[in-house]
Design a protein around this ligand. Sequence first.
Ligand SMILES: C[C@](O)(CO)[C@H](O)COP(=O)(O)OP(=O)(O)OC[C@H]1O[C@@H](n2ccc(N)nc2=O)[C@H](O)[C@@H]1O
Ligand SMILES: Nc1ncnc2c1ncn2[C@@H]1O[C@H](COP(=O)(O)OP(=O)(O)OP(=O)(O)O)[C@@H](O)[C@H]1O
Length: 284
Amino acid sequence: MYIYEKAPAKINLMLDVLHKREDGFHEVEMVMTMVDLADRLTLSDPGSSRISLSSQSGYIPLDDKNLAVRAARLLKQRFGVSRGVHMHLEKRIPVAAGLAGGSSDAAAALRGLNRLWELGLSEAELEELGAELGSDVPFCVRGGTALATGRGEKLETLPNPPRCWVVLAKPPINVSTADVYGNLKAGEIAVHPSSSKMREALERGSFRDVCGGLGNVLEDVTLKLYPAVERLKKVTESLGADGVLMSGSGPTVFALVAKEEKARQICNGLRGFCEEVYAVRTLG
Ligand SMILES: C[C@](O)(CO)[C@H](O)COP(=O)(O)OP(=O)(O)OC[C@H]1O[C@@H](n2ccc(N)nc2=O)[C@H](O)[C@@H]1O
Ligand SMILES: Nc1ncnc2c1ncn2[C@@H]1O[C@H](COP(=O)(O)OP(=O)(O)OP(=O)(O)O)[C@@H](O)[C@H]1O
């Protein structure tokens, strides 16, 4: 028996940091939504108690460092599962891009193993387990669009943004999320994006207001650390997108575009500048 799970990428429509916490994490307010660029995870019973992973990608670890393997180990230990799993990951989301690729794979593994091992866990229980693996994993379990608070694990579902095109451009730079948060001076943030404005924009279904509400306080940090990302953002803006922002801790820059023709133009314009460019849609 084979079980298939899709693991979509996320973008952050807004990301604000309130303060640094005692445990070293940052208290955040972010609105995230899924886009239709996805990894694909296939799970099967190996007939033994082993957990193994294969992938066509040469860019990810296949051992216990992989978040999908860690998700499987977590479930196996927590629920005393004697069965094993072989997972094959078809990786399409760029790695270390700010698109939560690893987190989404972990979420897909949790969902898939819940089915394969017949654990009968609810979505809320899977989200709680996901929080042990990473701050973005609970959102990746739930999907759709959500306001995330705490360190990212407290979720409130919001209406999906109006269907639009999302042009993603990933420069050839690997950004460490820990480094970006580490370089942020939370007390010195000049302009805080507003989660309530983004919520209202989504509730009204206003594409214009969603674009107007885009903001990410990690952008300043990454743009300073990596001037190539700043140049990429400027070029993207000059191509006439409706809204442009860096996702998560970067380095991927995304453009929201209402019209397909414009999305194609922006894609073509960016291709001379950046190798990895994708035109996808929001997942409504
Ligand atoms: C940048 C975002 O991707 C935006 O969605 C998330 O805030 C980060 O999510 P993530 O990659 O799942 O993060 P985790 O794997 O939990 O944490 C990686 C590192 O980022 C820092 N981190 C992460 C989340 C948070 N709220 N505060 C932090 O300071 C911590 O140094 C942590 O060690
Ligand atoms: N399944 C996985 N896919 C990709 N990277 C993984 C995976 N498991 C572990 N990793 C490791 O995690 C690191 C971050 O990769 P990932 O693609 O998840 O970053 P990201 O998109 O920036 O995540 P986020 O947006 O949640 O911060 C990589 O350096 C990689 O070695």
